[in-house]
Write a protein that binds this ligand. Structure first.
Ligand code: ACO
Length: 321
């Protein structure tokens, strides 16, 4: 039996942290108290105008490849999860392949599932590896969400940040990713969206992120609880067997409510939302890399990663390290 195991992780955050106070100084009509008490967010990183998702992805990918003790040419599949690609096309994955200097002709494509994008991308890569068609995949979540924020809308602009996280996923005889679950319900698309596009040389519609925060909150808590239980049940595993839970980092209150519903103590939950804000598809691999590198996640540990985002989309993976 062929399994897919994570053999290396990497991440990258652009620039210095931008605190809530810094946003106030930049003219946003908010306060540290408002943002911190409702979301847990204290800071985020914002990429400069000349930096794209592929630039953030490159550094995260190089770090993951180094951690996996392989070379870029050993990668035979690249999947980038992003909702903020450098261009309409080519894909950010194709740009990343070029920047990594990979010339082996292997497949590279993007996945668009907003904040669930990394879970979607990892699940797709796992299927490629388990089928035997590929041996070593690079899976990346990379975002410059600051580009699609309406900085005059204080209800959304304080919530998000930029960054990238990556993993190398390898074929192995030992189980790594145990079970996965992906879901979508497009009927909820109006509660979180960027309802614009490009045509005839112009932006048609609205190019900024719009959100019904309270509807998103309720939906997220429900599906994050359900999908974690789904991957546990599919693996015949108990919640007590979990060492770590890595939920999408949108809001500390969503994370706390999810953990409470699942019966997972907060000591077992990795959180980065305080320092990174919501980096959409990058949030899970960023948190994963942090916890691997600081020694919390160790070989033998069992982890659930789970995401929820626009679409609506949601998903989870139960992973043994
Ligand atoms: N600073 C100060 N005041 C603010 C700010 C701000 N940044 N934003 C909104 N307010 C004000 C509003 O104007 C409103 O004032 P009013 O009562 O005088 O009209 C008041 O605060 C309450 O506004 P609400 O939007 O009702 O605030 P709510 O309590 O719902 O909190 C929040 C908003 C934090 C977004 C909350 O709904 C939430 O946590 N939702 C979850 C959504 C989320 O985290 N989304 C992330 C993306 S989704 C994802 O990744 C899956």
């Amino acid at each position: 039996m062929i399994y897919a195991r994570i053999s290396g992780t990497g991440s990258f955050l652009p620039g210095d942290p931008v605190s809530n106070e810094d946003l106030v100084k930049r003219g946003i009509d908010t306060s540290d108290e408002w943002v911190t008490s409702r979301t847990g967010i204290r800071a985020r990183h914002l990429a400069s105008a000349d930096v794209g998702s592929s630039d953030l992805a490159l550094i995260a990918a190089e770090r993951a490849i180094e951690a996996a003790s392989c070379e870029p040419e050993d990668i035979d599949l690249i999947i980038v999860a992003t909702s903020t690609p450098d261009f309409i096309f080519p894909s950010t994955a194709a740009l990343l392949q070029s920047k990594l200097g990979i010339r082996n002709g292997s497949a590279a494509f993007d996945v668009q599932a907003v904040c669930s994008g990394f879970v979607y991308a990892l699940t797709i890569a796992e299927k490629f590896i388990r089928s035997g068609s590929n041996k070593r995949a690079l899976v990346v979540g990379a975002e410059v969400f600051s580009r699609i924020l309406d900085w005059s809308d204080r209800g959304t602009c304080v919530l998000f940040g930029d960054g990238a996280g990556a993993v190398v996923l390898e074929a192995s005889e030992m189980p790594g990713i145990r079970t996965t679950a992906l879901h979508a319900d497009g009927s909820h698309h109006p509660i979180l969206c960027v309802p614009g596009g490009v045509a005839a040389g112009q932006v048609i519609g609205d190019p900024f992120l719009r959100m019904d925060g309270q509807a998103v909150f309720k939906f997220a808590v429900k599906v994050l609880g359900d999908v974690a239980n789904e991957v546990l049940e599919a693996a015949g595993a108990t919640v007590e067997s979990l060492d770590w839970l890595i939920p999408h980092q949108a809001n500390i209150r969503i994370i706390q409510s999810t953990a409470r519903r699942l019966g997972v103590p907060m000591e077992k939950v990795i959180t980065t939302v305080e320092r990174h804000g919501n980096t959409s598809a990058a949030s899970i691999p960023l948190a994963l890399d942090l916890a691997v590198r600081d020694g919390r996640i160790r070989p033998g540990h069992r982890v659930i990663i789970e995401g929820v985002g626009g679409g609506f989309t949601w998903g989870a993976a139960l992973i043994d390290f």
